[in-house]
Write a protein that binds this ligand. Structure first.
Ligand code: ZN
Ligand code: ZN
Length: 255
């Protein structure tokens, strides 16, 4: 048995080396060649990713904040802001490698998907939501954009954090094609998504604790609009899980 095990390991090693020779693996975000065929990112990008995801954050707005800077559930950056969702969990800040990976994912680059799925699961696991979500609702794309892209990245992330498919609800729909929030100034984002969503006819979220899922939170206008609708449809709590939260001081969210 031991010799069979050894020979199988050798075959895998040889196959891996041959694959590396024929199809050299490249980093999912910077394109640098990487030595190990099973790695998704180069060492430098792993380090950058750890920096993007390392800081503690405010559970109300998702922006980076030390736990000592949070008073009465809010940080100094969100104290005067209104949110319709009750709490947010994030993996990191939308900058550097993390923003590149999210954009690559949106453009259908499958090699970064495992990393982002793992980050989404980690964000949910450490969220500390007061109640466990009953259902997960991906933030929808307008149908035309969904067909154009071929997938909704929020739905893929929802499936990663909730393996029970019957708990993923797609009864929140986007009713018009809105320009990407990241392309707008903060003051236009609120009007851009106002009345841009609707609950499908006959569906109720009565008594449910809902977890919205999206790739990025910019100002929170989209999550606010979705949470407001879900609460109108009876949801008792609405939380959100995102991969990254855009810091208003960073401008690289526009690419
Ligand atoms: Zn890299
Ligand atoms: Zn905050």
């Amino acid at each position: 048995m031991a010799s069979i095990g050894k020979s199988r390991v050798s075959v895998v090693k040889i196959a891996g080396a041959a694959a590396q020779l024929l199809w050299p693996a490249s980093c999912g975000t910077c394109g640098a060649l990487i030595e190990n065929h099973v790695d998704d990112l180069c060492e430098k990008c792993w380090q950058d990713l750890r920096a993007c995801c390392g800081a503690d954050y405010c559970r109300r707005c998702g922006l980076t904040a030390s736990r000592f800077a949070i008073y009465d559930g809010a940080c100094t950056q969100c104290r005067d802001k209104q949110f319709n969702f009750d709490s947010i969990a994030r993996a990191g800040i939308y900058t550097g490698v993390l923003s590149k990976a999210v954009l690559a994912f949106k453009h259908g680059r499958d090699e970064v998907a495992p990393i982002l799925k793992t980050l989404a699961k980690a964000a949910l696991a450490s969220a500390g939501f007061e109640n466990p979500p009953d259902q997960f609702v991906p933030v929808p794309l307008y149908w035309f954009r969904r067909v154009q892209r071929g997938f909704n990245q929020a739905h893929i992330l929802a499936r990663a954090i909730c393996p029970q498919l019957n708990l993923i609800k797609c009864d929140l729909a986007r009713t018009r094609n809105t320009p990407r929030q990241a392309l707008l100034d903060a003051k236009d984002r609120f009007t851009n998504v106002r009345d841009a969503f609707a609950i499908r006819r006959g569906h109720s979220f009565k008594g449910k604790t809902i977890c919205l899922v999206d790739d990025v939170k910019t100002t929170g206008s989209t999550l606010n609009e979705c949470a407001s609708l879900l609460k109108t449809a009876g949801a008792v709590n609405v939380y959100a899980v995102v991969i990254a939260v855009a810091d208003p001081n960073f401008r690289d969210m526009r690419s």
